[in-house]
Design a protein. Structure first.
Length: 392
């Protein structure tokens, strides 16, 4: 009886701290959240302008969401929704930077869409879509021109182009380094150009990130013309595809303005590639039994918190929970490999094994010695005649 009560208390404590973690996780932006939608409407009066602007912003956010979730060739097939249906898809809005006059209203709108309702709408229309965002990456733009290397300098136009470009609402969240003295100490231009993973990992760690995307721009004078020509390539630790794009610039040379289209091409191609890797149909899916090793009570809360970030996981059943491991069943949509990729973006490592599927926190996977080892079964004392006696 005491043992049963103790287990019940442990489970209750696990669920309590997990519930707090899940509540905090619910506030995180997701693939179904659209931000920085600019609205600007003029009407007969300020109140009317605000009402019209909010409705217009919600419509814009829906269109951005469809472009994010669907393949480019399927965007034209996105469901056309009336205002009532659109309102039913929205879980909440946030309005910032409000400005108004007697007849004009301007603001920036963020819209959270209800994941379940959006899934149902797209499934009903027979559309495949992504539900997984890539892990945040640190973008390191480096340029080589006329033998000079530009990385942390204030006059690096390639970095300026990335800094000024609209990188919101992409499938990969991007963050640029501050380009300050600390960054210069952590990674030199030569280390970045040479794709030195040790230096890149140091740089990423400063910003609490795990992956880097080095975007190299190489330029040289166009001997056949009056401007410059060059190539963009990707490197780093983000695992993005081997993208190569050509660049042609006017005689004035590279500027943040004329490099803007090149930034957009890179970002769009990464989005298209990621969408292709994570595209799922709602009629695909299944159940997967996994065992999650735990080092402490806090690990279970962290596993649940990270699972809450994985949109492909629709539900979870707990089969067994102890202080050292959790045996759970994941109910998911998509294919098993897509589930593994989605889990990886939440810093969960899924090892598919015919004997036992293991789900690990990434930090446990990196340090296998930290995985708890189950205690050996208690041996039974032998009786004088060599048989096994009753355990004490």
């Amino acid at each position: 009886m005491r043992r049963a009560s103790l287990i019940a208390c442990i489970v209750a404590f696990f669920m309590l701290i997990s519930g707090a973690a899940l509540a905090a996780e619910a506030q995180r932006p997701s693939v179904f959240a659209i931000s920085n939608v600019e609205i600007d409407v003029t009407a007969a009066d300020a109140a009317s302008a605000r009402t019209l602007a909010i409705a217009e912003g919600q419509r814009k956010a829906y269109e951005i969401l469809m472009r994010r979730l669907l393949r480019p060739e399927d965007v034209s097939r996105a469901p056309v929704v009336d205002p009532a249906t659109l309102n039913g898809l929205i879980d909440g809005i946030e309005v910032n930077n409000e400005r108004a006059s007697a007849v004009r209203y301007l603001a920036t709108l963020s819209v959270r869409f209800d994941a379940s309702t959006v899934r149902g709408l797209l499934k009903a229309n027979g559309l495949a879509f992504t539900q997984t965002m890539a892990s945040p990456v640190l973008v390191v733009p480096v340029m080589t021109m006329a033998g000079a290397e530009y990385l942390w300098q204030p006059d690096n136009p390639w970095r300026q182009a990335w800094a000024e470009h609209d990188l919101a609402n992409r499938l990969a969240p991007y963050r640029l380094p501050d380009a300050d003295a600390t960054d210069r100490l952590l990674a030199s231009p030569r280390e970045v150009i040479d794709d030195d993973n040790t230096a890149l990992n140091r740089l990423a760690a400063r910003y609490d990130l795990e992956r880097t995307l080095v975007v190299r721009l190489t330029l040289e004078p166009d001997l056949a013309g009056e401007g410059y020509k060059g190539e963009i390539t990707l490197a780093g630790t983000a695992g993005f595809p081997d993208l190569r794009q050509s660049v042609t610039l006017p005689s004035e040379g590279p500027t943040a303005e004329n490099l803007g289209p090149a930034v957009e091409r890179v970002v769009r191609e990464i989005d298209d590639w990621w969408r292709g890797e994570t595209l799922v149909r709602m009629d695909q899916g299944g159940e997967l039994a996994v065992t999650a090793p735990l080092r402490s009570i806090a690990d279970w809360a962290e596993v649940r918190r990270r699972l809450a970030r994985v949109n492909l996981v629709e539900d979870m059943t707990i089969d067994r929970l102890t202080a050292r491991e959790a045996a759970i069943v994941l109910h998911y949509v998509g294919e098993a490999e897509q589930l593994r990729l989605a889990l990886r973006q939440a810093s969960l490592v899924l090892d598919l094994n015919p004997i036992q599927n293991v789900l690990m926190l990434e930090e446990i996977h990196r340090t296998p010695t930290a995985v708890p080892v189950a205690p050996a079964a208690l041996s039974q004392p032998e009786t004088p005649d060599g048989g096994a006696g009753e355990p004490r």
